[in-house]
Design a binder for this molecule. Sequence first.
Ligand SMILES: [Zn+2]
Length: 282
Amino acid sequence: MATIGAVLLKACLNGSRDQGEHPLLPVRPEQLAESAREAVAAGAGAVHVHPRDGDGRQTLDPEACARALRAIRGACPGVPVGLTTGAWIEPDPERRLDLVSRWEVAPDFASVNLSETGAVELAQRLLERGIGVEPGLWSVADARTLVASGLAARSLRLLVEAMEEDTAAALATVAAIERLLTEAGVDTPQLQHGQDRTAWPVLRRALDAGHDVRIGLEDVLELPDGNPASGNAELVAAAARFAREADRPLLGAGGRGRVRGDPAVPGTGLWSQADDQLEVEP
Ligand SMILES: [Zn+2]
């Protein structure tokens, strides 16, 4: 009986991109819902979005966030949905905390960039509200902040986010953060990702290293061969192919503990539940 580590492939649908950067960048709730549905059909097990206001600007406003969440959940029942809390959307820490506290429709999880002022307090507020926390680690310093905060064990997963534009530098940062976490005894699942030029190299390294990954128009506009992606689903499908090549079956909607069967891969419909180490049934 072989054991194989399954991978969560999360679709990051829009991020901070301007509408002009891609013709099919999802912005309005119905666009987010349609893009999420296609991404899940292509293999995504969770989605992460940046809700927008009526002018297409990013917002943490409770009503705008609720509209986005309801639309996505209507299109993808049971698929965990996460939101950003980026400080560039609301730079005042008190106002940001207040907006998140007033989210009447709660996301399943939210990312919190640990380098931002008020991050630990924001993460604690989310936890009090029963919302999963994804601390965003952009550097070794952020990883030290995480360890000192005591948040690691209470986090849903850690986002190891390479911000460098140079691929070698991005891969080195990811490895350094990974090393620090290992040395600190942190065993919270890691989702690692790059952006633009580094997105595919970081994703492939993460698959080989046994971590979770994400892909979508937030991170990259091009396919691995450099051609423009038609949209989120094509990016997810390309990442799913890399996962197959790395012998990493995809976790289905619901996150860890469930695996999406892939009829193209013999035996993958037969995974049993057991955290991220999944046993192949004969
Ligand atoms: Zn994001």
